[in-house]
Design a binder for this molecule. Structure first.
Ligand code: PRP
Ligand code: URA
Length: 207
């Protein structure tokens, strides 16, 4: 399943992020804010259970999260910009990291780091990366995670190209994809059009 979040706040903030005149500081803040808004919807179907709680007035029954614990897995670098927003809402989540970069010539993902929580296979994992372009990086990241025994995976992207969605759906039909926007296409350099440019560079000010 692909879920596109058309909430006005998300769309407004995304427009600001697309703007070439938006600087690194604001870009970083907006990515954090959108990530927080998105994870609210991404976790909508998490199971809950009833517990008893003593309020200042009386004992009552109320609901808390149940089921699998959560893991957050940003794809380096740009996925790092989404971690704080998600972790703000799910502070007990453990955080793993997958380091991948796209080879500029082949556009194929190259892995350089992978460190997941020890009990990842028992967690619901939320994979974060602002950009889903060819889908090569996300698909490779999900493959690494699955090789470590993890089965419950959700992918959260800010902007996706149709090609990326198709690739992840083909390689990992069990993984739900959550995006703020599905853009038109990729250009000849495999950048998303209209997109927002290079997310990692804009986030960290490296260009
Ligand atoms: C970007 C982005 C994704 C990947 C998407 O990372 O953050 O990880 O490209 O492209 P794909 O869907 O075609 O694989 P990049 O390789 O630029 O690395 P960076 O985050 O370190 O800048
Ligand atoms: N990576 C990015 O950061 N932006 C794109 O448009 C494609 C890949």
């Amino acid at each position: 399943m692909v879920y596109v979040f058309d909430h006005p706040l998300i769309q407004h903030k995304l427009t600001l992020m697309r703007d070439v005149n938006t600087g690194t500081k604001e870009f970083r803040e907006l990515l954090k804010e959108i990530s927080m808004l998105m994870v609210y919807e991404v976790t909508r179907d998490l199971p809950t259970e009833e517990v008893e709680v003593q309020t200042p007035i009386c004992v009552t029954k109320s609901r808390v999260l149940a089921g699998k614990k959560i893991g957050i897995v940003p794809i380096l670098r740009a996925g790092l910009g989404m971690v704080d927003g998600v972790a703000n809402l799910i502070p007990a989540a453990k955080i793993g990291h997958i380091g991948l970069y796209r080879d500029p010539e082949t556009h194929e993902p190259v892995e350089y780091y992978c460190k997941l929580p020890a009990d990842s296979e028992n967690r619901e994992l939320i994979v974060l990366d602002p950009m889903l372009a060819t889908g090569g990086s996300a698909s490779a990241a999900i493959t690494f995670i699955k090789q470590r025994g993890c089965k419950n995976i959700r992918l959260v992207n800010l902007i996706a190209a149709p090609e990326g969605i198709e690739r992840v759906q083909k390689d990992h039909p069990d993984v739900n994809i959550y995006v703020a926007a599905c853009d038109e296409r990729l250009n000849e350099h495999a950048y998303i059009v209209p997109g927002l440019g290079d997310a990692g560079d804009r986030l960290f000010g490296t260009k």
